[in-house]
Design a binder for this molecule. Structure first.
Ligand code: ADP
Length: 351
């Protein structure tokens, strides 16, 4: 598949200090990708470099195979055929929905503009709202108008910087997956930066995890969760705890939870000190199970309850029980490990 956007060995600096370094990223036409990382990891800098607002101190950015940025040359943002959607959504309060969407359209007849606005409103599910003003719309609706405005000039690429962070947590995932459907229908390529993994996972085909300006893993949401490349990604994505252990055989580990078999041979010798990641769904309720643990905390999640459990040996694990299996804090419960594969790292890997 053709690559719409390529970042090759990109470095960006502020006052001589690298904020992003050795970054490689390849985005195929029509795909939706996300850069995910904690605050200060360099996400916005990368997005600004793609948009042409930040120069490169090394490497290159290609858009449609053409050099858009290299050290000493930055193609201006308005010549990059980009659409942008930002956190504060920045609709013009004194313009109605229709005029907000049509704002950036030039060289178009009034009738053509009107037809395009109608079509975009249908695309984003806001039929008939042309004459409303921003203050008459919900946060999610405003965000969809901002998206329609970004899509109006038919850009090759949409860039989104934390576009849903002003929405309620409950709405965020819903609006992200709605936006995903809209972009997929249009065949638009998009890059989303966010610190919120549920937003990234709901929208993107591929996610890059950034830390201190470096890309740690570039993968599908499924693989980031199930096959994290390092302890930082394992910690950052999803919930779970690490338990110390040792290798018993190449594919079997011993921890406080007993001996568990993984799905592959690990490359360290017998008795090697390791850490094993246990996700809450790896530990299940089993009254007749081989292990006993004490409930120290519980959080109701609807269909499930997330329990924090203390093992007799002192370690803590998280476990999801079906919601009808309700135990008070302090109760002793039976559990067993049910992991179809194990995420194992050598112990004391730098976090
Ligand atoms: P994120 O978007 O992941 O929060 P940023 O790209 O904003 O991260 O920042 C990456 C790093 O660059 C941080 O260490 C930040 O302090 C630094 N930085 C960002 N903007 C500036 C600036 N205008 N001047 C100096 N340093 C900056």
């Amino acid at each position: 598949m053709a690559e719409l956007l390529e970042l090759i060995d990109v470095e960006c600096r502020y006052n001589g200090r690298a904020a992003v370094s050795a970054l490689d990223l390849h985005v195929t036409t029509g795909s939706l990708v996300s850069l995910l990382g904690p605050s200060g990891s360099g996400k916005t800098t990368v997005l600004r470099a793609i948009a042409g607002f930040h120069p490169l101190s090394a490497g290159a950015i290609l858009i449609q195979g053409k050099r858009a940025s290299i050290p000493g040359y930055t193609l201006p943002p308005e010549q990059r055929r980009l659409g942008m959607v930002f956190q504060d959504c920045a609709l013009f309060p004194h313009l109605n929905v229709s005029d907000n969407i049509a704002f950036g359209l030039r060289r178009m007849t009034h009738a053509n503009k009107r037809d395009l606005v109608r079509e975009l409103l249908t695309t984003v599910g806001l039929d008939g709202m042309e004459n409303r003003y921003p203050h008459e719309l919900s946060g999610g609706q405003q965000q969809r108008v901002a998206l329609a405005r970004a899509l109006a000039p038919r850009p090759d690429l949409i860039l989104m910087d934390e576009p849903f962070s002003n929405l309620d947590v409950d709405m965020r995932e819903h609006v992200s997956s709605e936006v995903r459907n809209i972009l997929k229908r249009q065949g638009t390529t998009a890059v989303l930066v966010t610190h919120d993994q549920s937003e990234a996972f709901a929208l993107a085909d591929k996610v890059g995890v950034l830390r201190e300006g470096k890309l740690l893993q570039w993968d599908t949401p499924y693989n980031l969760y199930h096959e994290p490349a390092c302890t930082f990604v394992a910690d950052f994505i999803g919930k779970g705890v690490f338990l110390n252990g040792t290798l018993v055989t190449p594919d079997t580990v011993r921890t406080e939870l007993g001996v568990c078999k993984g799905n592959r041979a690990y490359p360290w010798g017998k008795d090697a000190p390791i850490e094993v990641l246990f996700r809450p769904d790896d530990i299940v309720s089993d009254p007749d199970g081989p292990l006993r643990a004490q409930v120290t905390q519980k959080a109701f999640k609807g269909a499930e309850i997330l329990y924090t459990l203390r093992l007799p040996t002192g370690g803590q694990v998280l476990s999801l029980f079906p919601s009808h299996v309700d135990h008070p804090v302090g109760a002793t419960v039976g559990i067993r490990v049910e992991a179809d594969h194990l995420v194992v790292f050598p112990r004391n890997q730098n976090r």
